[in-house]
Design a protein around this ligand. Structure first.
Ligand code: ATP
Ligand code: MG
Length: 332
C-alpha cells in the first residue's frame, strides 16, 4: 500500500467547512487505499501564541472531530505531533538544508506575517513549512492530502527530499500533493475571492462545523452571490454561486450537471434554502459524534497513545537512517 500523511491544526472551537471539504474528507477516503497517518499538529499551532490550557483542550477537540468525520483508528494511524519527538529532530536537519531565500518565498508566511505585523511574527512561523517537510518525509509518504493553499509547501518538501537524497544518498520518498480539484479551495461566503479561513476578517463568511446548526444555516442564506439570477457552475464569472454549488454537490454526492438542472428556472433563494438544510443535516450528527468522543477522554487519549506508538515506530526508523547519512556519531 502507498503511504499517506497529513496534519491539521488544533484550531480553537472548531474545524471549518474548508478544512473538511478540502482536506479531512480526503483523509477519510485515503484510509481505504493507503497506509495512512494523520496527526493533530500542535507543534505548528504554537507558531502563534496559544493559551496552554486551551491548546490541550483544542488538541483533544481536533482529534474528536477527525474521528467524528470518519477516521477509523483500525484503518489509519491517528496521533498528536508532539507525541513523536522525531518531527522536531528531523525538522532541525531540514532547516539546515533550506536556503534562507527559499524559505522567504513561502507565500503563506508572507500572508500570515503581513497580517500579524513584523513585531508579532515568530521565527517558528517562518520555519514551519520546513517542519512540515520533516512531518511528511519521516513517514516516506507518497500522497499528502491537502487544500490548494498547501501546494507550495509540498513542492518545498519534494525539493528538500531530492536535495537530501542527492547529497547523502537515497533516503526519502518524494511525495505528491493529493489535491482534489473540485474542493481544493472553498471560498469565504462573504468574499468569494478569498479562501475560507479561520483567520477571516468577517466571521459571517466562515462556517464552523461545531457552531449551532441555525447559525450555519443563516450564514448560508446570507452568502454573497451576484446580481444575475441564473444558477450555473461558472467559478470565473459566478464565484459565489459556484462555491455554494460545490459545497452542495460535495456534501450530497450530486453531480454538478444534475444540480444545475435541478435549479433551472429557480432563484438563488431556493438554492440557499436547500443548501442550508443540507448543511444542518450534515453538521447535526457530526456535532453529536464529536461530543461523544469528548465525553470519553480516556478512550480518546488511548486512541492517540496507540497512534503515537505506531507512528513512532516508522518515524524512528527514518530518523535513524537520516542521522546516519548526515554523519552523526551513533549514540551507542
Ligand atoms: P490558517 O488560515 O490559519 O492557515 P486553515 O484554515 O488553513 O488555517 P489549517 O489547519 O492550516 O487551517 O489547514 C488544514 C487543512 O485544511 C490544510 O490541508 C488546508 O490546505 C485545508 N484548507 C484550509 N482552508 C481551506 C479551504 N478554504 N478550502 C480547502 N481546503 C482548505
Ligand atoms: Mg492553513
Amino acid at each position: 500500500r502507498p503511504r499517506a500523511l497529513s496534519g491539521i491544526q488544533p484550531t480553537a472551537g472548531s474545524f471549518h467547512l474548508g478544512n473538511y471539504l478540502g482536506a479531512v474528507r480526503q483523509y477519510v477516503a485515503l484510509q481505504e487505499t493507503h497506509d495512512a497517518f494523520y496527526m493533530v499538529v500542535d507543534l505548528h499551532a504554537i507558531t502563534v501564541p496559544q493559551d496552554p490550557k486551551e491548546l490541550r483542550a483544542n488538541t483533544r477537540l481536533a482529534a474528536a472531530q477527525l474521528l467524528a468525520a470518519g477516521l477509523d483508528p483500525e484503518r489509519c494511524t491517528l496521533f498528536v505531533q508532539s507525541h513523536v519527538p522525531e518531527h522536531a529532530q528531523l525538522g532541525w536537519v531540514m532547516n539546515c538544508l533550506t536556503g534562507f531565500g527559499e524559505a522567504s518565498r513561502m507565500t503563506q508566511f508572507k500572508d500570515k506575517s503581513a497580517k500579524q505585523g513584523a513585531g508579532a511574527t515568530t521565527v517558528g512561523l517562518f520555519t514551519y513549512p520546513i517542519l512540515q517537510v520533516a512531518d511528511i518525509l519521516l513517514y516516506q509518504a507518497d500522497a499528502v492530502p491537502v487544500g490548494e493553499d498547501q501546494r507550495q509547501h509540498i513542492e518545498l518538501t519534494r525539493d528538500l527530499a531530492e536535495r537530501f537524497n542527492g547529497r547523502f544518498g537515497d533516503t526519502f520518498t518524494l511525495p505528491a500533493a493529493h489535491i482534489v480539484r473540485e474542493t481544493a479551495k472553498i471560498y469565504d461566503l462573504q468574499d468569494p475571492s478569498a479562501k475560507m479561513s479561520k483567520s477571516t476578517a468577517n466571521p459571517k463568511g466562515l462556517i464552523n462545523l461545531l457552531d449551532e446548526p441555525k447559525v450555519s444555516a443563516k450564514k448560508i442564506k446570507s452568502a454573497v452571490t451576484d446580481t444575475d439570477t441564473v444558477i450555473r457552475f461558472d467559478p470565473e464569472n459566478k464565484p459565489g454561486v459556484s462555491n455554494l454549488l460545490t459545497i452542495y454537490a460535495t456534501l450530497t454526492g450530486t453531480g454538478m450537471a444534475d444540480l444545475e438542472q435541478k435549479y433551472e428556472g429557480k432563484g438563488y433563494g431556493a438554492l440557499k434554502t436547500d443548501l442550508a438544510e443540507v448543511m444542518v443535516d450534515w453538521v447535526t450528527p457530526f456535532r453529536a459524534r464529536t461530543q461523544e468522543y469528548l465525553d470519553d477522554p480516556e478512550t480518546l487519549d488511548s486512541v492517540l497513545a496507540k497512534g503515537a506508538e505506531k507512528a513512532r515506530a516508522v518515524a524512528a526508523e527514518t530518523l535513524a537512517q537520516a542521522y546516519d547519512k548526515v554523519g552523526f556519531l551513533p549514540a551507542k
